[in-house]
Design a protein around this ligand. Structure first.
Ligand code: SF4
Ligand code: SF4
Length: 419
């Protein structure tokens, strides 16, 4: 049984209300309202737990107005973890108010069931096609329109990456290890080229890659929306499925999936077997930089260099603590000039459903990111989180046109393919 808000009393009490995280909190910086800060939300969670607040829609929206970027966790001198408190408060409120039929149906019935995923992908594909066709002024489009421009949506595919590949993809040349690749839904159905690039690079380095065909969503959308029961269900399914994969490690190339598998699963399904699974989870860039980089068949390149910068996804840098590895990789690639941008670790403003619920604020936060990318002079921004990629595509489209958004694996592949 997963933890509830009352189980985080110690974390609520750890917040000494100093306000030290205020300068780093993007939502507080935007509104300067106390309830948009970690301190304000810790206080609200405390009163909610004591029964002094009703779980109203306003309270639900207040807790939803957080990017779960963990900047407060990193900045906190007292060791508080406002993100765990905020997500538990969302769960507490949603248990009392309900989640709404459509999200509940998606979280509890579709995402935990691989066989039903094509239905969701087709529905999302149809919805995004319709969204692209309708004018910004059309009724209902306002929530995803800013400055007269609609959100730029990526294309949802009607067939998945895993569906197009065998279960075991052999290593090229001598096999040095066998890994299970947890693709995650967005890589499987939207950013498939990024997933393909991960597999190509791993196999090129002598790694046998196993795809667990029945893998279900990691549970992040449900967990962060406040439906821990559904997230727990997905965690249990994945734990059982990957127990049979017989792999040296479980590789992720999605910051959110990786952080959830590594840090949230032990909280959702406590026990030795979960910890064993979570200890095997490793980010693709970390695996590559730590164990495989010397096996990458790089060739010197005489032509003009690709100018590349890197955006740190919050769940990768603050969650999985992967910071130096992508830089090490990008600096090592021939034909690539790596340029560090200002505030590379600042949240891009996407944050999953945050950008759907608060699109105006997502654009405001993302604008600063796009301006930093533009100021770096890079023509490519690399990252390793499909949710960030989605937000960056929209933001550079608005504020830094001409910049390409790619996953780190795609940049590596492009560098290797250059003549
Ligand atoms: S979360 Fe930490 S830094 Fe922020 S107000 Fe509380 S104690 Fe201070
Ligand atoms: S997680 Fe990010 S947005 Fe949420 S309170 Fe902390 S710093 Fe602010």
């Amino acid at each position: 049984m997963h933890k509830e808000l009352k189980d985080y009393q110690n974390l609520i009490d750890k917040c000494v209300l100093c306000g030290g995280c205020h300068p780093d909190c993007p939502t507080y910086q935007l509104s300067r309202m106390e309830h948009d800060s970690a301190r304000g939300k810790a206080l609200l969670a405390k009163v909610l737990l004591e029964g002094g607040l009703e779980p109203t829609e306003t309270l639900a929206r207040t807790f939803d107005h957080c990017l779960t970027c963990m900047a407060c966790v990193e900045a906190c001198p007292a060791g508080a973890n406002p993100v765990m408190v905020i997500t538990a408060a969302r769960d507490e409120i949603r248990k009392k108010r309900g989640l709404g039929f459509i999200p509940k149906f998606i979280f509890s019935k579709i995402l935990p069931n691989r066989a039903l995923m094509p239905l969701l992908a087709w529905a999302m594909g149809a919805a995004t096609t319709l969204f692209k066709l309708l004018p910004p002024a059309f009724p209902g489009m306002k929530a995803m329109t800013q400055g007269g421009k609609k959100k730029l949506m990526p294309a949802f595919r009607f067939s998945s990456l895993k569906g197009s590949l065998p279960e075991v993809i052999p290593a090229q040349g001598e096999k040095i290890m066998r890994v299970a690749f947890f693709t995650g839904c967005m890589t499987d159905w939207v950013f498939t080229e990024g997933g393909k690039a991960v597999i190509d690079i791993l196999t090129l380095c002598g790694v046998e890659v196993v795809l667990v065909k029945d893998e279900v969503c990691c549970g992040a959308p449900a967990f962060f929306a406040g439906d821990r029961a559904s997230a727990e269900l997905m965690a249990m399914k994945n734990l059982a499925l990957f127990a049979n994969a017989e792999a040296d490690c479980i590789v992720t190339a999605c910051a959110t999936c990786g952080d959830v598998l590594q840090k949230i699963y032990p909280d959702l399904v406590p026990g030795g077997a979960t910890q064993k699974f979570s200890d095997k989870v490793i980010d693709f860039q970390k695996l590559l930089a730590g164990q495989l980089l010397s096996r990458l068949p790089v060739k010197e390149h005489a032509g003009p260099k690709l100018k590349v910068t890197y955006h740190d996804p919050c769940h990768l840098s603050r969650g999985m603590k992967v910071v130096k590895e992508p830089r090490e990789i990008l600096r090592r690639l021939p034909g690539v000039e790596f340029i560090e941008m200002a505030e590379a670790d600042r949240c891009c403003g996407g944050a999953g459903t945050f950008s759907a619920n608060y699109y105006g604020d997502a654009v405001e936060i993302g604008k600063r990111k796009a301006e930093n990318i533009k100021a770096s002079g890079a023509k490519i921004v690399a990252t390793e989180c499909p949710s960030c990629e989605m937000q960056l595509l929209d933001m550079v489209g608005r504020f830094a046109p001409g910049v390409e958004v790619l996953s780190t694996a795609e940049v590596i592949r492009r560098s290797l393919e250059r003549r």
